[in-house]
Design a protein around this ligand. Structure first.
Ligand code: B12
Length: 222
């Protein structure tokens, strides 16, 4: 939920990020969670918001590549720190594998998705970017996930998503395929439909609802 507190934190966080001040960013993230224990709110309203603004400033040449790279590195560090704070109230014997399509290096969004699954009691497995589709399929064969969540940031990598989804379906016909990422904002619904049966989830709040529904069903059948 957006409110003035989020705005104040978001502004302060962005400023610290653009100054390359990791300590301040980390302190702000921890303080936010102490006052307002929602990791999803922190991710959506403070961290993602700051990175989108970093992207905008980078695009219009207001900041250098170095500033953008440092901002990314700071955020990745903070995500790793926050992982220790993730506590699921209840564990479920469900697994999700997370992936980016081939040629995609944007991994912060999908790491947030992994954290939301963990927070909801699932085991999450993100083997990182840079895997070929067949390496990912091998990995899934070993991990045996219930769900695969795939991220696409760059819309011109859409053909890579088609290849990955086709390959996943061929090897795991029953698996639920979730897709997301900012590329979808630039893709028409006709284009998205060419993927066949996948579930597009635009943000972490909708993701939470999706996982809650499955968890509730599991509790009822337990
Ligand atoms: C950091 C960054 C990089 C870093 C990435 C490092 C890393 N370790 O991740 C580096 C420097 C490597 C990089 C490279 C490039 N980048 Co870049 N990058 C960014 C930047 C500034 C931030 C990305 C980010 O983390 N955002 C924050 C996350 C949290 O947001 P998100 O990914 O959208 O995720 C949210 C949701 O979408 C959702 N979500 C995401 N995935 C999924 C999946 C599922 C299943 C679900 C349920 C939800 C979900 O959850 C998140 C929370 O809501 C963006 C700016 C921006 N607008 O984001 C540009 C941006 C994404 N990059 C862009 C471009 C063009 C590039 C390059 C092509 C630049 C170049 N000329 O070399 C290369 C491509 C590299 C490649 N092959 O992938 C463009 C993409 C345009 C487009 N849509 O096609 C952007 C938008 C910048 C811009 N304004 O032009 N980039």
């Amino acid at each position: 939920m957006m409110n003035s507190r989020n705005k104040t934190y978001a502004d302060a966080f962005l400023e610290a990020l653009l100054n390359g001040n990791r300590d301040s960013c980390s302190a702000l993230a921890h303080r936010y969670l102490d006052e307002h224990p929602s990791l999803t709110d922190l991710y959506e309203h403070v961290i993602s918001k700051a990175l989108y603004e970093v992207g905008r400033l980078w695009e219009i040449n207001k900041i250098t590549v170095a500033t953008e790279h440092l901002a990314t590195a700071i955020i990745e560090g903070i995500l790793n720190e926050l992982f220790e704070k993730l506590t699921a109230q209840k564990k479920f014997t469900k697994k999700v594998v997370l992936a980016c399509v081939e040629n995609e290096t944007h991994q912060i969004g999908i790491k947030m998705v992994a954290d939301v699954f963990e927070m909801k009691g699932w085991d999450s497995y993100f083997p990182g970017t840079g895997l070929t589709n067949s390496q990912l399929i091998d990995y899934m064969t070993k991990t045996k996930p219930d769900v695969i969540a795939i991220s696409l940031s760059i819309y011109f990598n859409f053909h890579q998503l088609i290849l990955l989804v086709t390959s996943v379906r061929e090897h795991f016909p029953a698996i639920e395929i979730l897709v997301g990422g900012q590329a979808f904002k630039q893709l028409s619904s006709e284009t998205i439909q060419t993927l066949g049966k996948v579930l597009y989830i635009s943000d972490l709040y909708i993701l939470e609802k999706f996982i809650d529904t499955i968890n509730k069903q599991l509790e009822q059948t337990a």
